[in-house]
Write a protein that binds this ligand. Structure first.
Ligand code: ADP
Length: 593
C-alpha cells in the first residue's frame, strides 16, 4: 500500500537497489565462506609441511633424553626463519620446547596432554585446532604431527600461526566487496535516476497536457517524437485531443444556435426533469416571472414559480404521458392570458425523463377579440337607437299622423335629428376606420397653430355665446408645427366641442402651450364637469363615455377622443388628460416640432 503511493522514480531505484543487494549479498556470502575455507586450508597445509620438515631434522634421542637446550635452540631457529610458533611436546604432554618461551619459563607451562591437536597426534594422525591462546592472547591455528621413534610415538611437533593474517586478508577482500557494493548502489541510483528521468519527463508532460485537455484547453499539443511506447501514447493523446476539440467545437456551435433560438423565442420555455426540478428557462420566462436563470436552475418548479395551476398541468402531463394544454390568467408578476402547453420528454427506452413547458402570451389576441366584440356590439347599439326612433316616427306618420300637420312636422324634425346623428356616427366611424387602417397619407404642411385654433373657435361662436363661455387663445403667434392641416383641425374641433359641451354656463376655455424638448405640448383647459378618476384611463377608447345618455343628448358619438388619439399618433405624437371631477379638465397633445 505504502509502495503504491511512492513515485515511479523511487520504485525504479528501489528495485535496482534490491537487485544489487541480492546479487552482491549472494556473491559476498559464498566468496567469503570459500575464501576463509581456502585460506585456512592453505595455512594448514603449510603448517603441516613445516612440521614434517622439523620432524626430519629433529633427533629423536634429544626427545627421549629430554635435552632441552638442544630443542630450545632448534625451535628458536625455526621460529625465526618461518615466523611460526613451534612447540615440542613430550609423550606425557610436558612441553619440551616452545619458540615463544624461554627455557626457564617452560617450568611454569601447563601440561599439554589435554590439547585436542596433541591428543590426535598421539593416536598417529595429524591434529588440528583453532583456539584462543592464553599464552599469546590471540586466536591461533594449531597443527600437530606425531614424533616417532621406531614407529612408536614418542611425542608431538606442534606448529601454530595466529589467524590474524587470514582474517586480515579476508578483511581486505570484504572491504573491496563492500566498496564494490556501495559503488554498485551508487551506480544503481545514478542509472535509476537517469532512466526514471527519461521516462518521467515525457510522462509528466503527458500528465500536464492531459490536465489541460480535461480543462478544455486544446491549444498546445504534446511534443514528443520518440518511437517508443511513450511516443505512441503521446501521439494517441494528441489525436484524441484533436477529435475532442472538433467535437466540442461542433457541440458549442450547436448549443449556441440552440441557446439563441431558445432565448429569442417569444414563448416562455421551461425544461424540467422528472422530479419537476428546473433544468433550464429562457429569457421570456425570466421576464414573465421576474426570475433569474442561475437562481432557478436545480430548484423545484413550485419553489421558483409559485403557480399551482401550471404545476398541476405539469403533473397531469407526466401522469398521462402526453401533451396537455390549458388557458390561464396570470395576475402576478405580469398580468395576462397565457396558453400553457406541457409535453413530456421521453428517454430512449420510452421512460419519461422530464417535461417541457411552453407559455404563450395570448393577452393581445384575447384583448383584440374582446375589442372587436365590444366594437360590433357598440356600433350595433349606437345604430339601433336612432334607427328605432326613426322607424317608430315614420310608422306613426304612415299610420295617419301625416294628416296631423302640426305633429307631423315635429315628428319629421325628430326623424331629421336622428338621421343627422346617424350621419355623424357613420362619418366618425368611416373617419376612424380610415385613420386606423393607416392607408391615409398625411398632407404635411407648416401650420400656424394659433390661427388654426382661432378659425375653429369662430365656428363655435353660437355655442360659446349660448353658454356665455369665455375662451382664451394664449398660443404664441409664432408657434408652427408641421402636420396635416385638415386632420389637426379635426383634433382641435373635437377637443373644443367637448370643452364647450361639458362646460358649465359662464365657464371658460383656455388654450396654451408648453415647450418640451423636440416637441410642443398644446393644452385645452376647461372649467367643465370634469371626469371621474376611474374613467380617465379609458376615456380615449371608442364609444367610451362617462355618461352615455348625456353624451347622446348633446349629440356625441363617443368617437371624438378616439379620433383625436389616432390622428395625433399618426403624427408621432401623444395625447393625455388630467381632470378633477366637478372642477374641469385639461386635454393635451404633444406634437414634434
Ligand atoms: P362624445 O361624442 O361623447 O363627446 P368623445 O370621445 O369626444 O365622445 O368623449 C368621450 C367622453 O369623454 C364623453 O362622453 C365625456 O364623458 C368625456 N369627455 C370628453 N371631453 C370632456 C371634457 N372636456 N370634460 C368632461 N368630460 C369630457
Amino acid at each position: 500500500m505504502i509502495f503504491k503511493k511512492q513515485s515511479f522514480k523511487f520504485k525504479l531505484i528501489f528495485s535496482y537497489f534490491l537487485v544489487v543487494l541480492f546479487s552482491f549479498g549472494l556473491v559476498a556470502f559464498f566468496l567469503d565462506k570459500k575464501l576463509e575455507e581456502n585460506s585456512l586450508q592453505d595455512l594448514k597445509s603449510s603448517l603441516i609441511n613445516q612440521a614434517n620438515l622439523i620432524e626430519t631434522q629433529i633427533s629423536t634421542e634429544a626427545i627421549q633424553n629430554e635435552s632441552l637446550l638442544y630443542l630450545s635452540e632448534l625451535v628458536k631457529n625455526f621460529s625465526q626463519k618461518n615466523n611460526a610458533r613451534l612447540t615440542i611436546i613430550g609423550l606425557s604432554g610436558k612441553v619440551l620446547a616452545d619458540s615463544e618461551k624461554s627455557q626457564t619459563d617452560l617450568q611454569g607451562m601447563e601440561n599439554h596432554a589435554s590439547r585436542p591437536e596433541f591428543k590426535q597426534a598421539l593416536v598417529g594422525s595429524t591434529g588440528e585446532s583453532i583456539r584462543y591462546s592464553s599464552t599469546l592472547r590471540i586466536d591461533m591455528l594449531y597443527v600437530a604431527i606425531p614424533l616417532r621413534y621406531k614407529k612408536a610415538v614418542i611425542g608431538a611437533i606442534r606448529v601454530a600461526l595466529p589467524l590474524e593474517n587470514v582474517r586480515r586478508n579476508l578483511l581486505v577482500i570484504r572491504k573491496a566487496v563492500t566498496l564494490g557494493f556501495l559503488f554498485a548502489l551508487g551506480l544503481a541510483f545514478v542509472f535509476g535516476s537517469m532512466l526514471a528521468g527519461t521516462i518521467i519527463k515525457p510522462v509528466n508532460k503527458i500528465i500536464h497536457a492531459s490536465r489541460r485537455f480535461s480543462l478544455g484547453d486544446f491549444s498546445r499539443k504534446i511534443l514528443h517524437d520518440s518511437q517508443d511506447e511513450i511516443g505512441e501514447l503521446a501521439r494517441t493523446l494528441n489525436k484524441m485531443a484533436e477529435d475532442i476539440e472538433e467535437k466540442v467545437r461542433e457541440i458549442t456551435i450547436q448549443s449556441q444556435q440552440l441557446t439563441a433560438v431558445f432565448n429569442s423565442m417569444i414563448e416562455g420555455v421551461v425544461v424540467l426533469d422528472k422530479e419537476s426540478r428546473i433544468v433550464s428557462i429562457n429569457s421570456a420566462i425570466e421576464k414573465i416571472f421576474a426570475i433569474k436563470k442561475k437562481e432557478a436552475q436545480g430548484k423545484l418548479f413550485l419553489e421558483v414559480i409559485r403557480n399551482s395551476d401550471i404545476a398541476e398541468e405539469i403533473s397531469r402531463a407526466l401522469k398521462k404521458g402526453e401533451s396537455v394544454s390549458r388557458e390561464l390568467i396570470l395576475s402576478w408578476p405580469v398580468q395576462g392570458v397565457f396558453q400553457v402547453n406541457v409535453a413530456p420528454i421521453y428517454e430512449k427506452q420510452g421512460m419519461i425523463n422530464g417535461s417541457l413547458l411552453v407559455l404563450h402570451d395570448i393577452t393581445e389576441i384575447r384583448k383584440l377579440e374582446t375589442m372587436r366584440r365590444d366594437f360590433v356590439a357598440n356600433v350595433s347599439h349606437e345604430l339601433k337607437t336612432p334607427l328605432t326612433s326613426i322607424k317608430g316616427f315614420v310608422e306613426t306618420l304612415l299610420e295617419g299622423a301625416l294628416n296631423d300637420k302640426e305633429n307631423s312636422l315635429h315628428f319629421l324634425e325628430i326623424v331629421h335629428e336622428h338621421t343627422n346623428r346617424l350621419d355623424n356616427l357613420i362619418n366618425d366611424l368611416l373617419e376612424l376606420s380610415r385613420i386606423e387602417s393607416r392607408e391615409i397619407e398625411l398632407d404635411s404642411q407648416e401650420i400656424k397653430l394659433r390661427d388654426l385654433f382661432n378659425k375653429v373657435i369662430l365656428g363655435f361662436t353660437s355655442q360659446l355665446n349660448k353658454k356665455n363661455i369665455k375662451i382664451e387663445n394664449n398660443l404664441q403667434s409664432g408657434l408652427m408645427i408641421l402636420a396635416d392641416k385638415d386632420k389637426i383641425e379635426q383634433v382641435i374641433t373635437n377637443l373644443l366641442a367637448n370643452a364647450i359641451k361639458f362646460n358649465r354656463d359662464n365657464g371658460f376655455v383656455k388654450i396654451y402651450s408648453q415647450d418640451l424638448t423636440g416637441k410642443t405640448k398644446v393644452i385645452v383647459e376647461d372649467s367643465g364637469i370634469g371626469i371621474p378618476t376611474k374613467d380617465l384611463p379609458r376615456i380615449f377608447e371608442r364609444f367610451y363615455r362617462v355618461d352615455k345618455a348625456r353624451s347622446r343628448e348633446l349629440g356625441g358619438t363617443g368617437l371624438g377622443l378616439s379620433i383625436v388619439k389616432h390622428i395625433i399618433e399618426l403624427h408621432k405624437g401623444s395625447v393625455g388628460v388630467e381632470s378633477v371631477e366637478g372642477l374641469g379638465s385639461k386635454f393635451w397633445f404633444n406634437l414634434p416640432i
